[in-house]
Structure formats: structure tokens, C-alpha cells
Design a protein around this ligand. Sequence first.
Ligand SMILES: Nc1nc2c(ncn2[C@@H]2O[C@H](COP(=O)(O)OP(=O)(O)OP(=O)(O)O)[C@@H](O)[C@H]2O)c(=O)[nH]1
Ligand SMILES: [Mg+2]
Length: 460
Amino acid sequence: MATRAGDADTICAVSTPPGEGGISIIRISGPDAHLILEKIFRPRGKTRRKQTYSKLRLGHIVDPRDAREVDEVLAVLMAAPATYTREDIAEIHSHGGFAAQKAIMDVVMGQGARLAEPGEFTRRAFLNGRIDLVQAESVLDLIRSETDEELGYALACLKGGLSGRMHLFRETLKQALAAMEATIDFPDEDLDVNLPGTFSSLRKTREEIDGLVSSYYEGRGLKQGFEVLILGRTNVGKSSLLNALALRERAIVTALPGTTRDLIEETLYLKGAKVRLIDTAGIRTPENVVEEEGIRRVRDKAAEADLIVWVLDGSLPYSDDDEHVLNDISQYNKIVVVNKCDLTQSLDVNILLSQGIVDIIHISAKEGTGLDDLRSSLFSALAGNGRKDSLLITTLRHRDILMKVSSNIAAAIEGFEAEAPPEILAFELHEALHHLGEITGETCPEEILDEIFSQFCIGK
Ligand SMILES: Nc1nc2c(ncn2[C@@H]2O[C@H](COP(=O)(O)OP(=O)(O)OP(=O)(O)O)[C@@H](O)[C@H]2O)c(=O)[nH]1
Ligand SMILES: [Mg+2]
């Protein structure tokens, strides 16, 4: 595993958020952590008893340089290896507030600790083998979780759910590789190697990996939110729909066609799934450059959205503008909504049926009717395909690596079926194993580690 200069330093950081609060926690990790605390912490009581481990004690931080009392605190020592970093750790719980944090950090650094880099405590947990890279990444997900679902998933990953699965994949690959190498080393001997059995386990493993790759779409939605675009010609009630779902007057609504010019985003939660709902400029022949630019943005966005909600006005006949919208979005994943169902209906839905659109949701954004149906349809179109309890891939990094692993295994299987030389099959299996190691961190290049840990806050 790659270590860098500075990995053996004693590091310190304020681990609680900056600013005012009830308490602040300053964390020190590394070989001198205990020594530093002993030098700067004066426990309450007449005699200066030796510190005991894992017990919070009340006392004062005193700067050894000028004997000045800095703050009254609680402090604790934790002994390696049973700590977050697997190193000796000291923690100081001070009064919350910027001045106290700064003063204590100054005293700690005065005794030789250096300020930790973002994520350096977690990086040490990884380098010292307490967690693997998948688990380190889930620490970040855990900190960033906004919904119960995200939290539950991140926690399952931290406990090793995904790592465990990677481990099983590794074992299957290693066994297959051992079998291949045996046939290479002893080509003429009658070895007890069951190659058909080996390749049937490889096929199963590849199916599982492909399942994980395709779960990325749902996993990403869980983490970043699904992007849902409200789209349609002008004046059909797109902004009214955004407001009705957001339960607030987020976008401007007027009777004038062409009111919305830019993309307007609002985050909402549907049964725990995070949805980034985006209202857009109505699509028609633009009347000026502002509108033209607005419509261009809608078309760009449509290509990358997870789902489109196509809104039509039920009180007016199907128009050329509607037809243009449909042409724009025909190949995308969509839900069709007919709005203004509180008014006399003039839209002939047979036109939609003849285009193969059978699921139509009738709503009134103005009166709030049909919105529950729409919410259910949104949820099932995005996240409701019942994989809730199984593992998911939530990062692009994992997906890309698993795709490489899958294609290496596929090449090995094809080679086996075509009776290719065992050296070629072994090469593919080797590559697959190498790539898999990048997920858990065994074979991960330094730059990737840097990139992952730099996303953390200082103090974690
Ligand atoms: N009766 C009725 N009127 C509605 C309904 N939804 C929207 N409207 C009205 O339709 C008009 C246009 O509504 P908007 O929400 O601004 O429509 P839009 O699609 O965002 O329009 P642009 O931004 O111009 O593309 C407003 O006068 C709304 O009050 C509805 O369900 N029923
Ligand atoms: Mg609008």
C-alpha cells in the first residue's frame, strides 16, 4: 500500500464543524498524541495523576510555553490499535466557539502536531488496514447523507456489505486463476482441475457484477437525487406543477405564454427518494434571443435527465407545438401528464394513444387533483423496481471498474469456449483481479486515493 512522507506524523484537527456550538472536539492522532495531551492537559484534582485510557476527565488546557490556562475541557486518551485510525488518539472536548478552538489548536501544534489534511484520519484508517477503500468512501457518503435511505445504505457499506461481495468476487477469480496456472505449468499431466465448473462460477460472478453495474442508475439517484425535467409547450402549467409538488411558490406563474426563461430547480423527497425537479422554458418558436437560449437549455438538459414529465394542456386541442415537443423527447424516458383537468377538456387523448402513449395522468396543478397519482408514477419510474434490500453501486468509480472487470471475465469465458491458449485466459483473469483491487484499494494508484480523500472535510 502506498504511503507518503508525513504519514507517520502526529496530526490534529478540529473535528466538529467550525463556528459556534455547545462543544468542539479536537482530535490528535499519531505516535505523539498521548505525550502531547499529557504535556498540555492538567486534570482537576490535587495530585497530577497519570492519565487513564478511555475515560473522559475534566481539567484545563495549559500552554507549556507560558503556563497560561487556555480553556476548561474534557479530555480522553484512546490506545492503538482499537481506535478510528488504529493509532494512539487523544481527544479534547472544549467549549464550542472559534476562539477556544483556535487557542487549543495553537497549543497542540506548539507541541509538534501538524494540521491534518482533509480526510487524513480516514486515510490512516485505510492505510492501517482498519477499513478498505469502499468503506472509506462510505464514511463520506454517511457524512453527506440527507435521507434515511442514504444513511442506511452508507451504513451497510461501512459495515462491509459491498466489500464482502467484492471479496467473494476476488476469491472466485483467484481460484479460476490458480486453475488456469496449473494447466499452464503442467500441461501434460492429468490434473484434478474442473475447468467447466470453474467457468460456470465465473459466468455467475459476471452476472452478479453486471447486476451491480446496472444498479448504478438507482444507486446514483439514491445519493445525488434523480433529475426530473418538467417539459412542454408554453402556458400548459409547468411552473404551476413545480409549485404544486414543491408546496411553495417557487416559480413565477402568469397567464402569459413564455413566462419561464431559465431552468428552475427544487429538491423534493418521494418516499425517501431524492428528486431534483426542474421547471423549464415552454417550447415554441422563440420570440427573442432570451427565449431562444432558454429553449436551447431545455433541449440540452433533456438529454441528461433521468426522467421527463411532459405536460399538456387538457383545455386546448393538441397543437403543432405539442407535436414538436414530442419529437424532441420521443426517445427519452417520460411520464405524460394532462393538466388543467378542472376545465372543460378539448384535448383529444386518442392522438396520444395513436402515438403509443397509454399511461396518461390527468391532474389539475391549480386545484391539486391527481398529484398523488403523479407522485406514485414518478417514484415507480425512478426507484420503485423492488431492489431495495440488495446491494447497489452509488459511485461512478465503482461502476467503471466493475465494467472493466466484467469485460475481462467475458473475454476469459469467450476464450475458454473458443479453446484459446490458457495463457490468454490467465491474462484476462489477472487483469480482472487487478481492477477489482482498485475498488477495495489493494491496487489503487496514489492519485485516486488523493482524489477520494480530498473530498472529505478536515477533521474526518
Ligand atoms: N384552470 C387551471 N389553470 C391552470 C392550471 N395550471 C396552470 N394554470 C394556469 O395556466 C397559466 C400558465 O401557467 P404556468 O404554470 O405559468 O405555465 P407554464 O407552462 O409554466 O408556462 P411558461 O413558463 O410560459 O411556459 C396560468 O394562468 C396558470 O394559472 C390548472 O391546473 N388549471
Ligand atoms: Mg413556466
